[in-house]
Every structure is written in structure tokens, then in C-alpha cells.
Design a protein around this ligand. Structure first.
Ligand code: K1U
Ligand code: ZN
Length: 170
């Protein structure tokens, strides 16, 4: 098991479109295990492979209080979305310290392969539905700040570039 470095916005690699996973083999299983360890270590509720610079359609999520209910989604496809949308507060491990409101579908159904390569259907609402939509955006190179106004986005970009420069000087 290994902790993987998480790309930070505005790293251009976060805008890469991921390719489908062709086979759920030992390499993918090891990657899932490393991504779960990285997500738990960072106190996140989700992580997309894009965020660790692997451009394959793979997501890990755990929205449980006990942090003991991992969900693995490989090649996820949204097969149903609710008509209703809600605005929720979101954060992102690639955009540290920034939280803002994003509108998402209330509920979604997702078809994906699980960590053993078996097809599964997940019916989600609440925080799980929000997290699935946020992570699926990462797989198409979209970061949640892209839903915000250009003014807010540029402020966030400037702030994060400055804090990364300061970290390097330390
Ligand atoms: O970086 C990521 O994609 C993970 C991200 C997932 C997420 C959180 C909140 C809404 C949508 C998606 C995080 O885990 S951010 C850190 C976090 O644990 C958190 C932040 C706000 C609300 C709930 C959890
Ligand atoms: Zn994110």
C-alpha cells in the first residue's frame, strides 16, 4: 500500500479526460487499494484517479461516518438522474481550503464495475449522489471551481498558486 501525491489546482493535468479501464487486473486492484489509503489519509470522502495523475475511469468513495464502507466505481456511467437539483457545499482535495456551492442532481443511478470487475448498479441520493457527480466530473477533466464565476475562479487560482509558492520556499 502507498500514499499517492494528489494534484493541486490549477495543475493542467487535472483537465485530462480519462480513458476506460480495459481490464480489472492486479495493477488496478493495487491502484484501488492505494487510492483508498490516500483518500482516508487525506480525510476525503472521494478520490478520482485523475487527481493522482492516472487517467483511467476509476473512482473511490466512502461517505460513511465510520469510514468503513468503501465504494469502488470503475467505468461509471450515469443511467438516470432526478429531475430535481439541489445546491450543496463542496470541497475538493485538489483545491485545499476552498468550499463553495454547486448545483447537482438530487439523486442518480450509476452503472459501473466494482473492484472485482463485476457489473453493479448504485442508487444514490444526498451526499453520496453529490460525491459521485463531483468525482465523475474529475474523470472528464472538470474541477468543481469551473461551476463558479470567472472572478471567483481566478481568485482561487491566484490564492492556490501563492500558497504553493510559499510551501516551496519553506
Ligand atoms: O477531492 C475530491 O474529489 C474529494 C472531495 C469529495 C467531495 C466533498 C464534498 C462534496 C463533493 C465532493 C472531498 O472529500 S473534499 C473534503 C471533505 O471531506 C468534505 C468537504 C465538504 C463536505 C464534505 C466532505
Ligand atoms: Zn475533487
Amino acid at each position: 500500500m502507498a500514499l499517492l501525491p494528489i494534484l493541486r489546482y490549477p495543475d493542467p493535468r487535472l483537465h485530462t479526460v480519462a480513458k476506460p479501464v480495459s481490464v480489472v487486473d492486479a495493477r488496478i486492484k493495487a491502484l484501488i487499494s492505494d487510492m483508498l489509503e490516500t483518500m482516508y489519509d487525506a480525510n476525503g470522502i472521494g478520490l478520482a484517479a485523475t487527481q493522482i495523475d492516472v487517467h483511467e475511469r476509476l473512482i473511490v468513495i466512502d461517505v460513511s461516518e465510520e469510514r468503513d464502507a468503501p465504494l469502488v466505481l470503475i467505468n461509471p456511467e450515469l443511467v438516470w438522474t432526478s429531475e430535481e437539483k439541489h445546491v450543496n457545499e463542496e470541497g475538493c482535495l485538489s483545491v485545499p481550503g476552498i468550499y463553495d456551492s454547486v448545483e447537482r442532481y438530487n439523486a442518480v443511478h450509476v452503472r459501473a464495475l466494482d473492484g472485482q470487475g463485476q457489473s453493479q448498479m448504485t442508487q444514490a441520493d444526498g451526499l453520496l449522489a453529490v460525491c459521485i457527480q463531483h468525482e465523475m466530473d474529475h474523470l472528464v477533466g472538470k474541477v468543481f471551481v469551473e461551476y463558479l464565476s470567472p472572478l471567483k475562479r481566478n481568485r482561487i487560482k491566484t490564492k492556490l498558486i501563492k500558497s504553493q509558492r510559499e510551501e516551496l520556499r519553506r
